[in-house]
Design a protein around this ligand. Structure first.
Ligand code: NDP
Length: 280
């Protein structure tokens, strides 16, 4: 049986992952069978089992399945265990091994592609969902000075910070108190609020200083609201999630095929079709 790869999610039809992995495979001269499979959280265990039975060797998992996928893995990387969610599955014998590559993908995009030095930065993280749980430890590993996590549901921000266990460097605060938090060199939007077309980000301008980079994990339409706020607030740099998407995919690809593809041409091709929100 030839190995199969897939991305699971709901909805999944618009996922760029099959395109990205096909491009990586062409680059490396690998024949790849990578498809998009729609699955609900309730149906995911059965879908993953039938995928494994038909030669499934690796999978990406996106919303809303990352926590469900975590529960279906037998072993994990330490960063996946910390996040409590996975986006990359690797078949090992008769079980799944889980990893999360979102955080490392974001850091690689910011440091390598955008040449940002994250060391010593004070960082505000908006959101405490699956991706925020992957991104938070990766930012701390990259040497940021302080991480402040704010989430609509405050208990989830507390849980994230407790899981990190670095009380002096990572702390949670209330969304309503944003005005009192001072300014940040990096503001990361890890919420899905922008997926609502009516969404508006009304964040205090006091969060921004002359150095601030605003990063949205989203790209395309879903990044418009946050990046519009960042532009109006005169943030120094604005970055959307397209580069992170390509980098996290490369980290998955590397685990399955033991080679890291060159992400630059794939990013350049996608960027040509997806202008940074607000750009012509
Ligand atoms: P989750 O569903 O796990 O988490 C969603 C987060 O958004 C929660 O913190 C939630 O808060 C918050 N949220 C939702 N609606 C609102 C709102 N109206 N106002 C304020 N906060 C809100 O999603 P993920 O963490 O997996 O993903 C978050 C976003 O990042 C998604 O849009 C996803 O597409 C994108 N992403 C991009 C990646 C890339 O490679 N570029 C990779 C991974 C994610 P609460 O806890 O209160 O519900």
């Amino acid at each position: 049986m030839s190995p199969r790869y897939a991305v699971f999610g709901q909805p999944i039809a618009h996922s760029l992952s099959p395109h990205i992995h096909a491009a990586f495979a062409r680059q490396e001269g690998i024949e790849l069978d990578y498809t998009a499979i729609e699955s609900s959280p309730e149906g995911f265990a059965a879908a993953l089992e039938s995928f494994a039975a038909s030669g499934g060797a690796g999978a990406n998992v996106t919303a809303p399945l990352k926590e469900t996928a975590f529960a279906l893995c037998k072993t994990f990387t330490s960063r996946a265990k910390l996040a409590g969610s996975v986006n990359t599955l690797l078949r090992k014998g008769d079980y799944w091994h889980g990893d999360t590559t979102d955080g490392v993908g974001l850091v690689r995009d910011l440091t390598d592609r955008h040449e940002l030095d994250l060391r010593g930065r004070r960082v505000l993280l908006l959101g405490a969902g699956g991706s925020a749980r992957s991104v938070a430890p990766a930012l701390l590993d990259a040497g940021i000075r302080e991480l402040v996590v704010v989430n609509r549901t405050p208990e989830r921000a507390d849980e994230l910070v407790d899981a990190i266990g670095e009380p002096g460097r990572a702390l949670s605060r209330y969304w309503d108190d944003l005005r009192d938090l001072g300014d940040f060199e990096l503001i990361v939007n890890a919420t899905s609020a922008g997926r609502d077309r009516e969404a508006k980000f009304e964040l205090p301008l006091s969060l921004v200083n002359t150095m601030t980079t605003a990063v949205d994990l989203n790209y395309g339409d879903a990044a418009v609201a946050f990046l519009a706020w960042a532009r109006a607030a005169s943030c120094r740099n604005m970055v959307d999630g397209l580069g992170m998407l390509v980098e996290q995919a490369a980290s998955s690809f590397q685990q399955w095929h033991e080679v890291r593809p060159d992400t630059d041409p794939v990013y350049a091709e996608l960027r040509a079709k997806n202008a940074l929100a607000g750009e012509e």
